[in-house]
Design a protein around this ligand. Structure first.
Ligand SMILES: Nc1ncnc2c1ncn2[C@@H]1O[C@H](COP(=O)(O)O)[C@@H](OP(=O)(O)O)[C@H]1O
Ligand SMILES: [Mg+2]
Length: 359
């Protein structure tokens, strides 16, 4: 018998309890499901899940997060590049010929690195435009999750997130720069690169050397882990140029700066930009200027352009025009890269390639 003369029927108590359990189930099921899915994705409860980063609707992206993922992508791609080279089974193919008639080569190193780099960036930032040198096989998708950890060196340099509209971003990936030299086993020239452009302007760049495991990164108005050297020779510069797509670059360099100028032939656009900086890597040669006269693609140069710009340097066409990293893949006007020099004065010194026929 209940107090105050109210009698509880056993059936009523059972129905009441069941209803209570149902309400509790509803309240907690969503929460628990959320917790379990976080753990299965490897994320930290309360700290944000792995997977798509930035705003929930993907309308904005944080450039500091993009830098962390770009560094990781360059390193993970580099592991593939190294593994394939060390296996000695490159599956070398030709993608055709360049405009100047050189073989445009591709290897398993390019393809496997491309797959790792592309899917890491695409899974983390699904709404941004990503342009990459190699074809991405949609039937061979790989979901690679970022653990959402921003490395200490990045946090130290860049104190706060930097949100930008996702639609303003274009990512450029070079999964293996200096493929020609890679096939010749000239390992020091090889890099993997990621670049992020905002409204066509290069804002962050990563250049990674897979064989010496050196990585340079920089963000314009953000920070960097690399700097310019303390001095450069502007009068008789050492000029780093292509060894496999040189065109008339030696003639142009000697005509502009005189016969005392030293020409350093080297592979890879990433390697050649690093030659202008204070890089501790032992296998890295040093130069004062980088000049290229033949056609070149944006994934080859965007990361170097962003790093130079972040450090106060310049990369332009030979006539001094800024390069826009949206739209078409290629650059027609050659390249001049410098740092801690009067870049426009260098441009004025160079001959007009259209007129001299040195293109
Ligand atoms: N005339 C040209 N046409 C197409 N690609 C070119 C080129 N000149 C240079 N490149 C590309 O730019 C990168 C640097 O070239 P180089 O080592 O000759 O300086 C290489 O990239 P990949 O190795 O990523 O293909 C190379 O293929
Ligand atoms: Mg390249």
């Amino acid at each position: 018998m209940a107090p105050m003369g109210i009698r509880l029927s056993p059936l009523g108590v059972a129905v009441f309890c069941l209803l209570g359990l149902g309400v509790l189930y509803h309240l907690y099921s969503g929460f628990l499901a959320g917790r379990f899915s976080l753990f299965s994705l490897g994320g930290e409860p309360g700290g944000g899940a792995a997977g798509p980063a930035g705003a929930a609707d993907g309308a904005t992206v944080d450039l500091r997060e993009m830098l962390a993922v770009s560094v990781l992508a360059a390193v993970r791609g580099g592991e593939e590049v190294r593994r394939v080279r060390e296996s000695n089974v490159l599956h070398e193919k030709s993608k055709g010929k360049t405009r100047e008639g050189a073989e445009d080569k591709m290897t398993s190193g390019d393809v496997l690195s491309n797959r790792k780099m592309f899917y890491l960036l695409k899974t983390t930032f699904p709404t941004v435009q990503i342009n990459t040198e190699e074809h991405v096989d949609a039937t061979d998708q790989e979901v690679i999750l970022w653990d959402r950890k921003i490395p200490e060196d990045i946090l130290k340099e860049i104190a706060a997130p930097k949100e930008v509209p996702a639609e303003s971003v274009t990512v450029w990936i070079d999964p293996l720069d200096a493929t020609q030299e890679y096939t010749e086993d000239l390992r020091k020239y090889v890099t993997t690169m990621v670049c992020v452009a905002v409204n066509g302007k290069p804002v962050l760049g990563v250049i990674h050397k897979p064989f010496s495991k050196y990585t340079a990164w920089a963000m314009v108005d953000g920070g960097s882990n690399v700097k310019a050297r303390t001095s450069y020779n502007e009068k008789t510069p050492r000029i780093v140029v292509s060894r496999s797509h040189s065109g008339m670059v030696k003639q142009v360099a000697l005509q502009t700066f005189g016969n005392q100028t030293t020409i350093i032939p080297a592979g890879g656009a990433g390697y050649k930009v690093l030659a202008l900086l204070d890089v501790p890597d032992k296998s890295q040669e040093k130069a004062d200027l980088y000049i290229h006269v033949t056609y070149i693609k944006k994934w080859d140069i965007c990361a170097g352009n962003a790093i130079l710009k972040a450090l106060g340097g310049h990369m332009t066409t030979l006539s001094g025009e800024e390069i826009s990293y949206t739209g078409s893949d290629g650059i027609e006007g050659g390249l001049l890269a410098s740092i801690s020099m009067n870049h426009q004065a260098l441009v004025r010194k160079l001959p007009d390639l259209e007129k001299t026929g040195h293109k």
